[in-house]
Design a binder for this molecule. Structure first.
Ligand code: HEC
Length: 233
């Protein structure tokens, strides 16, 4: 009998602790948590949080006035792994039961991003769903990036779409700068602000705003593309 009481007491304590944890503990998570150790190869079948999910959510949702730390609209903060998982009510293995995916797929919850911002493409929604269904883990891969690959459509455009487009598109692009297609990206290349901002040169606002600096290899790809006349190739 004593035993049963004891396990009951432990059980209740654990339950209460878990529930309180939800409320309190996550404020202790670092604002810019350390990145996980990357795997040396990127598997085509895996969605990697740091490579694909984080840049997408940071640039499409974690803007000022929306789901950044300061605004935390509806209590949802999408700036880093821990806050995305907890406040986005991500249920590892089940995108269908995860608030984060439900709003993107407009499934029984209010749809996000709200009107005025572009809806996620089918491909972007699939990235988030697959990451959750694969366990919503803090994973990262670093396949050798080649700075000599700098074609606009294969290298530069996907890079900018993943890391910049969310803030720099829609009705009210950040800083009045649009980075949605070749014409607008080329304009930023021509006035030097594209390279100045990604290389964090003085005199330019460092980009991505409030995010990780792009890798040196990615920055070199952008530089090489610009130095070669920023062609639409
Ligand atoms: C979270 C939102 C956000 C993301 C992501 C973001 N930007 Fe910005 N960007 C801004 C804001 C806001 C400004 C206006 C200046 C400021 O507030 O620093 C800006 C300004 C700029 C400017 C003008 C800077 C200047 O000094 O003239 C350029 C160019 C730019 N961004 C490029 C980029 C590129 C390239 C990326 C992706 C690598 C990117 N941004 C990602 C929010 C963002």
């Amino acid at each position: 009998m004593k035993r049963i009481f004891l396990s009951l007491a432990i059980g209740i304590t654990a339950l209460v602790t878990i529930q309180c944890k939800h409320e309190t503990d996550f404020t202790d998570f670092p604002v810019n948590p350390e990145l996980p150790i990357p795997s040396a190869t990127c598997s085509d079948d895996t969605v990697y949080f740091v490579n694909s999910v984080l840049p997408l959510l940071k640039s499409s949702c974690a803007m000022q006035g929306c789901h950044d730390m300061g605004t935390a609209e509806h209590g949802i903060i999408l700036t880093d792994y821990y806050r995305i998982k907890i406040t986005g009510r991500v249920k590892p293995g089940s995108s269908g039961n995860s608030l984060l995916y439900k709003v993107l797929s407009r499934n029984g919850e209010s749809g996000m991003p709200p009107s005025g911002y572009p809806e996620f493409s089918a491909e972007q929604k699939a990235i988030v769903a697959k990451w959750i269904d694969q366990g919503a883990i803090y994973n990262y891969c670093s396949e050798a990036c080649n700075p000599d690959n700098f074609a606009f459509s294969a290298d530069i455009f996907p890079l900018i779409s993943a890391n910049c487009k969310g803030c720099h598109s829609g009705n009210d692009p950040s800083g009045g700068v649009r980075l949605e297609n070749y014409t607008t990206i080329k304009a930023a290349a021509d006035n030097n602000s594209l390279y100045g901002s990604v290389a964090w040169l003085s005199g330019y606002s460092p980009m991505p705003k409030d995010g990780f600096r792009l890798t040196d290899c990615n920055i070199t790809q952008i530089k090489n593309w610009i130095d070669n006349g920023a062609p639409n190739n």
